[in-house]
Design a protein around this ligand. Structure first.
Ligand SMILES: [Zn+2]
Length: 372
């Protein structure tokens, strides 16, 4: 098993978007604590690193100067009319003090992760506080200000690597898609709840890239009530064979956990059983993986997902080191089922048949489109 690096800083996980805002950076702290509790850190091949803020010259890989100026001003506590032009000042993207510095640190972890992989210092890098896939070139969107993924992928391209980006967040990875829509050295795959039902209302199956990038963007929109079985069907029939065909040097995986059945913002009905199965397949398919967090608004379930993701990526078996201790640390998330793994769940009846029909139609279209 190769070296694996977990990027974590207590300080960045305490950053607060506000009590009413669904995005809770503390998920990364919960994940870190669970990884610790389940004995998934502290091996010779694992290490924990605190990221540094990313320099501006790298932020420019994904964003315009004027946009970065705006985020920086907002971060200093300035409120100005023009910020709305940059998507800042909405309910989703409030003008948060410190947002520029915080985003630079989140992006710093993702960037350090890809560089570490590219320089063969590690095989796995995980940044639970990364994966801001909605941020545009000059606009904040969907809780995302700085697109750490686009920056990291550009760094990989600059160093001559071929990259597959796979996004299993419940929302379409629109910011990453648009950055590489005309690029044939990056394969962008997004599996998500269809834009017909969910923000950002893009990511339809016929969005497949343009120019020399034609055929390198893959969108798999899924209907509400898609469960593990149907999601895995899409993964095995479309995503996995396309990744194998592309043969990337590096895989960048946005592991948003808002696909889970209990997520308050989406309508997909997954459990972490399918989630970790996919991560295991990805691990077997590409030797180098940069994994990031993403969405996930049921905090505890998200922390369980990411703990299991880290276990799979590092080849470790999670064991509760506190089990059986009277008065031992009681940690909310796994108590629901007494383990990190969810109970299996499948949608039944007419809901399932409706979802199945829609998924099969989409997969047939994609199989034809991509000659599978
Ligand atoms: Zn999401």
């Amino acid at each position: 098993m190769g070296r694996a690096i977990f990027y974590y800083s207590a300080e960045t996980s305490w950053y607060d978007f506000g009590a009413d805002h669904p995005f809770k950076p503390e998920r990364s702290q919960k994940t870190f604590e669970l990884c610790h509790r389940y004995g998934l850190l502290g091996y010779p091949h694992t290490s924990v690193k605190s990221p540094s803020p990313l320099e501006r010259k790298y932020l420019l890989f994904a964003h315009s100067n004027e946009y970065l100026d705006a985020v920086s001003r907002v971060g200093r506590g300035e409120i100005f009319e023009d910020m709305l032009r940059f998507g800042i000042g909405s309910e989703d993207n409030p003008p948060l003090k410190g947002i520029y510095e915080w985003s630079r640190r989140c992006a710093g972890a993702t960037w350090e992760g890809i560089v570490t992989l590219l320089e063969n210092e590690a095989d796995v890098a995980f940044n639970p506080l990364g994966g801001f896939h909605h941020a545009h070139h000059s606009q904040a969107e969907g809780f995302c200000y700085i697109n750490d993924l686009v920056i990291a992928i550009r760094e990989a391209l600059n160093r001559g690597a071929r990259v597959t980006y796979i996004d299993i967040d419940a929302h379409h990875g629109n910011g990453v898609q648009e950055a590489f829509y005309g690029e044939d050295r990056v394969q962008v795959i997004s599996m998500h709840e269809s834009g017909r039902y969910l923000f950002p209302h893009t990511g339809y199956a016929d969005e497949t890239g343009e120019g020399k990038g034609k055929g390198f963007t893959v969108n798999i929109p899924l209907p509400p009530k898609t469960d593990d079985e149907l999601y895995l069907k899409a993964f095995y029939e479309i995503s996995l064979p396309l990744i194998k065909r592309f043969e990337p040097d590096i895989l960048v995986a946005q592991l948003g956990a808002d696909t889970m059945i209990s997520d308050p913002l989406t309508d997909l009905m997954l459990t972490n059983n399918s989630y970790i199965k996919m991560i295991d397949e990805l691990r077997k398919t590409c030797q180098k993986i940069l994994a990031t967090g993403g969405g996930g608004y049921d905090i505890y379930r998200t922390a369980r997902c990411w703990t299991l993701a880290w276990a799979v990526l590092t080849g470790l078996d999670p064991r509760d080191e506190f089990a059986g201790l009277v008065g031992g640390m009681m940690f909310g998330p796994e108590m629901e089922v007494g383990s990190l793994y969810d109970y299996p769940y499948s949608v039944k009846g007419p809901d399932k048949e409706k979802a199945r029909q829609e998924v099969e139609k989409t997969l047939a279209f994609l199989s034809h489109q991509f000659h599978l």
